[in-house]
Write a protein that binds this ligand. Structure first.
Ligand SMILES: [Zn+2]
Length: 189
């Protein structure tokens, strides 16, 4: 192989590895499959490539729920409906002001910042203010939430805390295994 051919081989090889192929959700079949190209076909929902990270913004602030996280929830909802489980979002993106208010109310209720952080994190630590966390509820109650915990990894969502069965984050690629639960928000951050 000549130098030019080697170089172009290396380049194309390199580029090939860098092409991120997203996982796509087909609402007709409720199936998740990794795309063969860098984007999902038009009719499929883009679930992203891997664990989701904050969207880069000029001011470093996020202003809405991560769109891929939103898609992952929509996909989970569709799969759940096939099993006659009905789920909904009870919380998603929160502004820093909203998170601060929740945190301060919890501090007041529990009597200390340490005790409060078992349940509510301050804005700088919460994944809700980064658009990377959702809280889920099910009409079927604990049966529904057990279903959610069992199936959420199929779309790249994981329960994070042992003491919050409703809180989910997109910390894995769809289909991967979820990490072990951490006891509570305070011990995790
Ligand atoms: Zn939460």
């Amino acid at each position: 192989m000549g130098l030019l051919a080697t170089l172009s081989f290396l380049l194309s090889h390199h580029i090939d590895h860098r092409v991120a192929k997203p996982f796509c959700f087909d609402s007709l079949t409720s199936g998740v499959a990794q795309s063969q190209t860098a984007i999902c076909p038009n009719n499929l929902l883009d679930l992203g490539v891997s664990a989701l990270t904050p969207l880069p913004r000029g001011d470093g602030e996020v202003h809405s729920l991560n769109p891929l996280l939103k898609n992952r929830f929509e996909a989970l909802k569709a799969i759940a409906e096939k099993s006659r489980i009905s789920i909904r979002l009870t919380s998603g993106f929160r502004t820093r002001a909203k998170q601060e208010a929740l945190y301060l109310a919890e501090v007041k209720l529990k009597g200390s910042e340490t005790l409060a952080a078992h349940w509510v994190l301050p804005p700088q630590l919460s994944q809700h203010t980064r658009g990377l966390a959702i809280d889920i509820a099910s009409i079927e109650g604990s049966v529904g939430m057990a279903w959610v915990q069992e199936h959420s990894n199929e779309v790249g969502l994981c329960r994070i805390y042992a003491n919050e069965r409703w809180h989910f984050e997109a910390v894995i690629a769809p289909g991967a295994a979820c990490p072990q639960l951490t006891p509570d928000p305070r011990s995790a951050r």
